[in-house]
Design a protein around this ligand. Structure first.
Ligand SMILES: NC(=O)c1ccc[n+]([C@@H]2O[C@H](COP(=O)([O-])OP(=O)(O)OC[C@H]3O[C@@H](n4cnc5c(N)ncnc54)[C@H](O)[C@@H]3O)[C@@H](O)[C@H]2O)c1
Length: 382
C-alpha cells in the first residue's frame, strides 16, 4: 500500500539543519512507518548557500522567506532550526496555516512566549514536538524503561552536568550569525536555556516535574565586542549556571552547566539514585548505561556498564546486529521516527510543546532565583 506523504519544510541550514536533514534522509531506510517522509523544501535567507545545502542533503525545492514556506500547500510540517528568537514567530504562523511543527529547543525565549506557542498549536490542533533529542539516545531511553518498571524504587537524588569550554577567550566577540548564543536578545539566556534546558527536559522525563529551585549564575566576561555594532557591549547572557531543586516526587536535584570548564567540549552527564538501583549516563560514552543493582549477589555487587546495542534494548533492533553501537545523529533519526509513529497511531510522542513549556518554566525560575537569591517556585502546567 502506498504510504501517505509527509512533506517537510525546514527553516535554517546550520548545525541543526544538518542533523535534521540527515535524520529525514535516513529514517525511511531503518523504520517502517505509515508515512513517507519527503524532504520537500529548505528555507534560509541566502539563496546561493541555501541551494548548495538543498542539493547536498536532498531537499527538493528552496524558499528564501519562511513566511512563504509556512503558506505553501505542498508542506505538511514545518521544522524550525533557527536561533531562539525566531521560534515563536515561525511556530505561531505555521500553526495558523495548519502545519505540524517540529521546533528546536528551547521552545520560546521564556515561559510567557512559549505559552503563546502552546496556545497556537492547541488552537490549530496540529501535531507538535520539541527537539530535546537526548531522550532518544538508546541508553537514556533504557534508563526511562527501568525507572518506569519501578526497578529503582523510591528516588532520592538526580544530578546532571552539561560542560563546555568554548567561550573562555575574552577576545571572542558576541552576536551575529555565528555567535548569537552569546547575545541574550537572540538566545533568551546563556547556558541556562542552551545547555541546562537539555538536562532539565531529560530530568523531568525520567523523574517528573520540578517544584522549586535555588540558583546561581555568573557572567565571567562582562563585555565583548558585538559582531553587528563593532563596539564593546555588555554581555547579557549567563556564562555558567547551577541550581538545586526539589522534584515533585520529593527527590533532590543538582544541576550545573558552563562554557568555562576547560577541557570539556560537550560533557553531558546524568545520574539518578533510587533505593534499589542507581543509573549513570555520559554523552561521551552514549551507548553505555551504568547500572548499580542492589539486588545483585553480595560478592558480585557493583557498577556494571551495559553496552546498549542489543535488539531488545530501545531502538536497537532497527539498526545493525547486536554489539554494534550507534551514535549522536541517531537520536535525531529516532525522534523523527517517533514523531511519525505518533501521526500513524494518533498517540503523539513527546516532548510536545507542553513539555517544552514546562522546561521553559524551570529555566525562568532558575534565572529569577539567580537574581533574587531566593528559592523560587516553578510554574506548573495544569
Ligand atoms: N537539539 C540540540 O541538541 C541542539 C543543538 C544545537 C542547537 N540547537 C538549537 O537549534 C537552533 C539552531 O541552532 P544551530 O546550532 O543550528 O544554529 P546555527 O547558527 O548553526 O544555524 C541557524 C540557522 O538559522 C538560519 N536563520 C537565522 N535566521 C533565519 C531566518 N529569519 N529565516 C531563515 N533562516 C534563518 C541561519 O542562516 C542558519 O542557517 C537553536 O534554537 C538551538 O538552540 C539544538
Amino acid at each position: 500500500m502506498a504510504k501517505k506523504p509527509l512533506r517537510i519544510g525546514i527553516v535554517g541550514y546550520g548545525f541543526m539543519g544538518r542533523t535534521h536533514s540527515n535524520a529525514y534522509a535516513k529514517v525511511g531506510h531503518f523504520f517502517d512507518l505509515g508515512h513517507e517522509v519527503i524532504m520537500q523544501a529548505a528555507c534560509a535567507r541566502n539563496e546561493e548557500k541555501l541551494q548548495s545545502f538543498a542539493s547536498q542533503w536532498g531537499w527538493q525545492t528552496i524558499e528564501t522567506d519562511w513566511r512563504k514556506l509556512v503558506e505553501r500547500d505542498d508542506i505538511d510540517v514545518i521544522d524550525i532550526c533557527t536561533p531562539n528568537d525566531s521560534h515563536a514567530e515561525i511556530a505561531i504562523a505555521a500553526a495558523k496555516n495548519g502545519k505540524g511543527i517540529l521546533c528546536e529547543k528551547p521552545l520560546g525565549l521564556n515561559g510567557p512566549q512559549a505559552e503563546k506557542m502552546l496556545a497556537a498549536v492547541q488552537k490549530a490542533k496540529v501535531p507538535n514536538m520539541v527537539w530535546y533529542n537526548y531522550r532518544r539516545c538508546p541508553a537514556v531511553t533504557l534508563a526511562k524503561e527501568l525507572i518506569d518498571e519501578g526497578k529503582l524504587g523510591k528516588i532520592f537524588h538526580y544530578r546532571a552536568n552539561f560542560l563546555q569550554d568554548w567561550t573562555i577567550n575574552a577576545d571572542l566577540p558576541q552576536g551575529g550569525a555565528g555567535l548569537w548564543r552569546l547575545d541574550a536578545k537572540v538566545a533568551g539566556s546563556g547556558v541556562t536555556g542552551d545547555l541546562l534546558a537539555h538536562c532539565i527536559d531529560t530530568a523531568m522525563w525520567l523523574n517528573g516535574g520540578v517544584k522549586d529551585v535555588t540558583a546561581m549564575t555568573e557572567t565571567f566576561i562582562k563585555e565583548r565586542k558585538h559582531v553587528e555594532t563593532g563596539k564593546m557591549q555588555k554581555v547579557t547572557i549567563d556564562d555558567a549556571s547551577a541550581f538545586l531543586c526539589h522534584f515533585n516526587n520529593g527527590s533532590l536535584g543538582l544541576f550545573e552547566s558552563t562554557r568555562y570548564a576547560r577541557g570539556h567540549k560537550a560533557l553531558y552527564t546524568l545520574e539518578i539514585n533510587g533505593e534499589n538501583m542507581s543509573l549513570k549516563w555520559d554523552l561521551h560514552d552514549l551507548h553505555r548505561l551504568q547500572i548499580f543493582d542492589y539486588k545483585d549477589e553480595g560478592k558480585e555487587r557493583g557498577w556494571k556498564s551495559v553496552h546498549v546495542s542489543d535488539g531488545d534494548q530501545p531502538y536497537m533492533k532497527h539498526w545493525w546486529v547486536p554489539g554494534l553501537q550507534i551514535g549522536y545523529e541517531h537520536s535525531f533519526v529516532h525522534q523523527v521516527a517517533d514523531f511519525v509513529k505518533g501521526l500513524d497511531t494518533g498517540k503523539p510522542a513527546g516532548p510536545t510543546f507542553k513539555d517544552g513549556l514546562a522546561t521553559d518554566y524551570v529555566t525562568d525560575a532558575v534565572l529569577k532565583s539567580a537574581k533574587t537569591k531566593r528559592w523560587e517556585k516553578v510554574k506548573q502546567i495544569k
